[in-house]
Design a protein around this ligand. Sequence first.
Ligand SMILES: [Zn+2]
Length: 137
Amino acid sequence: MASTAVTAKAATKAATAKSPAEVYREGLALGELRYQRCQWCSTRFCSVSLLCATCGGPDFVWERSSGRGRIHALPQAVGPDDWQERTAVVELDEGFRVRARLAPTPAHRIWRGAPVRLEVAETGDGSLRPVFRPVAA
Ligand SMILES: [Zn+2]
């Protein structure tokens, strides 16, 4: 029993020693969207932050998003051929918003309030990034 607790504690320590960017990227590699929650005011961040933008607090815990949300806003002036570059502000079920690309999707599936699911895509340079795919309501 005691050794299990020690192991868990060591694992926690190792995790906190990583930089926020590393923790975030590890999540993407597992198909997860990880975010930081301020321990002082509970503000949630999807970007990697060292200080809370709301209260300035330096203490965060990492949480894992369900990857489910809805399109909150769409950029203006997107032509029919621009779908590959389409980005949206997605409001996640956890209650915070993130700007991210949408997966290639027919235009009629994209509207304000459309439900979306997280996917992880590889960019041209081999890094990973979150994208959101509109799904049937
Ligand atoms: Zn805060």
